[in-house]
Design a protein around this ligand. Structure first.
Ligand code: COA
Length: 389
């Protein structure tokens, strides 16, 4: 007698994109999509953007509370000790062709850092924090070094006196950055550090939940962040503004895109049904930066685009809309916009990975099979010529 065929519980109706699905508990950040609010460890992002620093945010997310002055100084020193890249990474960067997509370079170098770390596979909490520090310190150094090498210049050594934003700007441009540029970039880094179960964080924890190492999880996350529907959108925003060229052309351009059912980068969000609080902060910052630099053109065009998209489609801007003009006005080349996002988000990824390891469960959803059943194997010489791949 043959065994009866196993019964498989019918799959839930397909929930494309897992909207609303809960993957687990987190104490790190929470979005209230209806009210347009975001908190890190309970603190409103708007309060943090104005009062805090990126290093404080990393500490807050990893250790659960804002640091004392002594703890912060120690933490900053720990990051600074790790900013200098291993010589193998510099050699690899020199081997790669110049001017390739920086997110691909970053993904490859983070993976290479994992190869170089002799404690890469260690899973103790102390080792996880050590790797999180190494990754957070190394990402800006990798990007700045590749940019310099692409320009035919030598990488600039990190300055042990400077924090992440200032160090990145100095290593990237070769010039000591002014205090306002540092403060602006620092605020942008604060605003991008974590954002609930976004696509790249999910990619990171899916990898971590197999008990793979942190470098592998961050490599997965970088691949996910790169896409134009996620972190890649900020590059799309500036490309659009450059294509539009002038404020007079904004309305017809927006109408053309929406009539053609094309997505406009920097608008819409899977969770927010109200104004993204990060976009509101970045809009304020973009106005300040533009006014100070004497180039308000981009922010004015962006505001016009916001108005036009709202009137026609009632879509709110997201974080990428105004970060684009902030970075552009700071003189950061377009292809480095998404990498700047990664400089910040690596902190959130590491926090979620550490949280995942502390209470791990393999993440293994199901797919709703909608294909045929009972199909018979056809020998190769009897197969139809009509089927094309
Ligand atoms: N431009 C034009 N229309 C948009 C849009 C955009 N940026 N975002 C959403 N829409 C429209 C869709 O065309 C769709 O319209 P329809 O109902 O008339 O067909 C509707 O809004 C729902 O779109 P959908 O893609 O299902 O919404 P979502 O909530 O799943 O998508 C995003 C969220 C972020 C993927 C989506 O808004 C998007 O692609 N935005 C542009 C990329 C971007 O800025 N990403 C950064 C996110 S922080």
């Amino acid at each position: 007698m043959t065994n009866p065929a196993p019964t498989i519980a019918p799959a839930a109706p397909s929930q494309t994109g897992l909207r609303g699905a809960v993957v687990g508990d987190t104490k790190l950040s929470s979005i209230n999509g209806e009210r347009g609010e975001l908190i890190y460890r309970g603190i409103d992002i708007r309060e943090l953007a104005v009062n805090s620093t990126f290093e404080e945010i990393a500490y807050l997310l990893w250790f659960g509370a804002l640091p004392t002055a002594a703890h912060l100084n120690k933490f900053r020193a720990q990051l600074n000790e790790r900013r200098k890249l291993p010589p193998e990474i510099i050699s690899l960067l020199r081997c790669l062709p110049p001017s390739r997509i920086p997110m691909n370079i970053l993904r490859t170098m983070v993976s290479a850092l994992g190869v170089l770390d002799p404690r890469g596979a260690e899973m103790s909490r102390e080792s996880q924090v050590d790797k999180a520090l190494t990754l957070t310190a190394s990402v800006p150094s990798i990007l700045a070094a590749y940019h310099r090498i692409s320009e035919g210049l030598d990488p600039i050594k990190p300055d042990p006196e400077l924090d992440t934003a200032a160090n990145f700007l100095q290593m990237f441009t070769g010039k000591a950055p002014d205090a306002q540029a540092v403060r602006v970039l620092d605020a942008a880094l604060i605003l991008h550090a974590d954002h609930g179960m976004n696509a790249s964080t999910f990619a990171a924890i899916v990898t971590a939940a197999t008990l793979s190492d942190m470098y592998s999880a961050i490599t997965s996350a970088i691949g996910a962040l790169k896409g134009p529907l996620h972190g890649g959108a900020n590059e799309g925003v500036i490309m659009n503004l450059l294509e539009i060229g002038d404020i007079e052309n904004v309305d017809p351009w927006v109408a053309g895109k929406l009539d053609a059912h094309e997505k406009i980068m920097g608008f819409g969000h899977a969770v927010y049904k109200a104004y993204d609080p990060r976009a509101a902060e970045l809009k304020r910052i973009a106005k300040e930066v533009g006014t100070r630099a004497g180039t308000t053109k981009w922010i004015e065009m962006t505001e016009r685009m916001e108005k036009s998209v709202w009137e026609r489609k009632q879509l709110y801007p997201n974080v990428d809309l105004y970060s684009a003009s902030v970075y552009y006005t700071l003189g950061i080349p377009t292809q480095y916009f998404t990498p700047v996002f990664a400089i910040s988000r690596v902190v959130g990824w590491c926090a979620h990975i550490i949280e995942q390891y502390a209470d791990n469960k393999l993440i293994r959803p199901r797919a709703n099979y909608v294909g045929p059943r009972g199909v018979k194997y056809v020998p190769i010489d009897q197969r139809s010529e009509d089927i094309e791949l």
